[in-house]
Ligand binder design. Structure first.
Ligand code: FAD
Ligand code: FES
Length: 270
């Protein structure tokens, strides 16, 4: 396995309940990263967990000669809990940028982002990237969360997007129900030939979106967040099944051939 690179935590803060924004000082090579790519992160030295964890790149920026990578993550287990305790100056090992990112539309009028929970991370980077475009592309985001307290990534999206529509599972903010239900309400507003849709979130949400778009010809790319061990195509721990007409064949490694795929190619199961 590739060794990765030494990096240090520049800053870290909890933004909404259980969600942390960590800024890491990284090598200059990270400047080339494109939205949808990810990094593998592990603690330096002999501190558990020993295996790296994959995270989308939330943003990249430079100050003078320094390059900074932001990751935005939710604490779900021992690895993310250990990361949440890191402080400025603590050491990390990072590997990346990895995988295939989103295709950037050459000339589309509307970009629709559909994010479920922490799936907002790669989509926010994409919004930032496309927002710098001067061709007048309109970006609309549908952001789903469990409840009011866990609507993640909103401040940044509100600065970039023309509209951010929110849904919560418990109805405590915005539309009451799944984010796919909210998107379904507005689907007719988006011309099929000039709209590109991008999504990231839990599997049931992506499966629901796939069903919604079954008869729509518009482009829709999704970033999959499978469990990963190596992140570089060596362990086959992240294999998913594509539909028989999928361009990459029937079984693919999310870390190598993805994590971004055409939503119509992915076999989400029932
Ligand atoms: C390409 C990619 C990009 C990702 N980007 C982000 C991101 O930007 N922000 C973020 O918060 N998370 C992201 N994830 C998910 C993140 O990698 C996992 O949440 C993390 O590895 C969990 O580590 P842990 O040690 O805390 O959890 P563990 O102790 O390993 O597991 C705790 C619980 O979380 C579940 N779990 C672990 N990994 C996943 C997963 N990948 N999908 C669903 N459930 C999982 C386990 O089944 C278990 O129930 C991404 C995953 C991939 C593959
Ligand atoms: S995580 Fe090892 S092959 Fe993808």
């Amino acid at each position: 396995m590739k060794p990765g690179t030494f990096a240090t935590v520049f800053s870290q803060r909890e933004t909404v309940k259980g969600h942390f924004l960590m800024t890491v000082k990284a090598p200059a090579s990270f400047r080339e990263a494109i939205p949808g790519q990810f990094i593998m992160v592990r603690l330096e030295g002999s501190t558990p967990p020993f295996l790296s964890r994959p995270f989308s790149i939330y943003s990249i920026y430079s100050q003078g000669n320094d390059t900074f990578v932001e990751i935005f993550y939710k604490v779900v287990g021992k690895g993310t809990l250990a990361f949440s305790r890191l402080q400025e100056g603590d050491a990390l090992n990072i590997l990346g940028p990895l995988g295939r990112g989103f295709d950037i539309p050459p000339s589309c009028k509307k970009i629709v982002l559909i994010a479920g929970g922490i799936g907002v991370a790669p989509l926010s980077f994409l919004a930032q990237h496309c927002g710098e475009d001067t061709r007048g592309t309109e970006i609309i985001c549908y952001l789903g969360a469990g409840s009011l307290e866990t609507v993640a990534g909103l401040d940044r999206l509100e600065k970039i997007c023309s509209a951010v529509e929110i849904s919560t599972d418990d109805g405590s903010r915005g539309y009451h129900g799944p984010v796919t239900g909210l998107f379904k309400r507005d689907m007719g507003l988006y011309p099929e030939d000039t709209t590109w849709i991008y999504s990231c979130g839990p599997r049931p949400m992506l499966r629901g979106l796939q069903k919604l778009l079954k008869d729509q010809p518009c482009v829709c790319q999704v970033s999959l967040e499978e469990r990963m061990a190596c992140g570089i195509g060596a362990c086959l721990g992240c294999v998913v099944s594509l539909r028989p007409d999928g361009a990459e064949g029937s079984l693919v490694r999310v870390c190598k051939e993805g994590p971004v795929f055409d939503i119509r190619d992915v076999e989400f199961g029932e």
